[in-house]
Design a protein around this ligand. Structure first.
Ligand code: FPP
Length: 283
């Protein structure tokens, strides 16, 4: 699956590779309509694009790849499309997990999986158990996921943890840290790069909390046509951004040891880790 063992592609510095890439895969239906095919044909081709994207990210040295496969709102789609998507998801797990495992990829699903058929839930659990110890890359599929659901369940878990510790629910007030540790992706760094295909420029209830400082990149390319060249284009755009995390541009340059004249590039690329709430004064 991954051709190179190296963690970087030619011309990329390790620090320039986003550690975590999160993607909204959009445009399957339009891809199919353009070819006068049923929507499910677009989803099937979309599954091929998933494979190509996992491979491209693995070869670049991305550590976490999170894909939005099915939102909490997608149940509103026609019943036959929903069941086709569930079937496709189950088939993809059955066919791909051993290959992911061979290549050191950890597979996990985030979202409320209680609404899935028991058979699909079991497939997910088994795939997660098989790949749990893999460390090369984590592939997370967000399924029946919504950012608001995630924040709500995290707050409820934080309150439950307080109750269990015999602490008052509201005094002192919950901290960001208490909530963040219960989010579905608590074990991953926040995404560095967000990609949405299909020409729409929305977050659509994806990782609402985690995208606070993420670099956003949108493309007209429809998901079934997305591949390694698009991943590279997104990473190139990411490299040209200056991430300030609330600091000034001068501070970022100084901390990177740059007197100030050279082209920015994504040299800071890291949360200063000073414990300050990153929401304050951030751009
Ligand atoms: C959005 O396109 C796509 C989805 C809601 C489903 C994504 C599913 C896949 C890529 C299939 C395989 C997934 C895995 C994890 C194996 P859309 O249908 O909203 O497209 P449109 O906006 O053109 O109608």
């Amino acid at each position: 699956m991954f051709r190179r063992q190296a963690t970087t592609a030619p011309g990329l510095l390790p620090a320039d590779v986003p550690r975590h890439v999160a993607i909204i895969m959009d445009g399957n239906g339009r891809w199919a309509r353009q070819r006068m095919l049923p929507r499910v044909a677009g989803h099937r081709r979309g599954a091929n694009a998933v494979r190509a994207t996992v491979q491209a990210c693995g070869e670049l040295g991305v550590e976490h790849l999170t894909l939005f496969a099915f939102s909490s709102e997608n149940w509103r789609r026609p019943a036959d499309e929903v069941s086709a998507l569930m079937e496709l998801f189950a088939t993809a797990i059955e066919q791909e997990v051993s290959r992911l495992h061979e290549h050191g990829v950890r597979f996990q699903v985030v979202g409320d999986r209680s609404r899935f058929e028991p058979g699909l839930q079991k497939l997910i659990e088994d795939a997660e158990a098989t790949t749990r110890a893999n460390a090369r890359m984590t592939l997370t599929i967000a399924a029946n996921y919504g950012g608001r659901w995630d924040i709500t369940q995290a707050v409820n878990c934080a309150l439950a943890a307080r109750a269990e510790a015999g602490q008052a629910a509201a005094t002192p007030a919950l901290t960001e840290g208490e909530i963040a540790q219960h989010l579905a992706l608590a074990s991953a760094p926040e995404p560095d790069l967000f990609i949405r295909t299909g020409g729409e420029t929305r977050i659509s209830n994806f990782l609402l909390w985690q995208l606070a400082y993420t670099e956003l990149w949108f493309t007209e390319t429809l998901w079934p046509d997305f591949g390694a060249a698009d991943v590279q284009a997104a990473v190139d755009a990411f490299r040209s951004r200056e991430r300030r995390f609330g600091r000034t541009s001068d501070q970022v340059r100084r901390e990177a040891g740059d007197p100030g004249d050279s082209v920015a590039g994504n040299r800071a690329g890291v949360d200063p880790g000073d414990g300050l709430p990153r929401i304050a004064g951030a751009r």
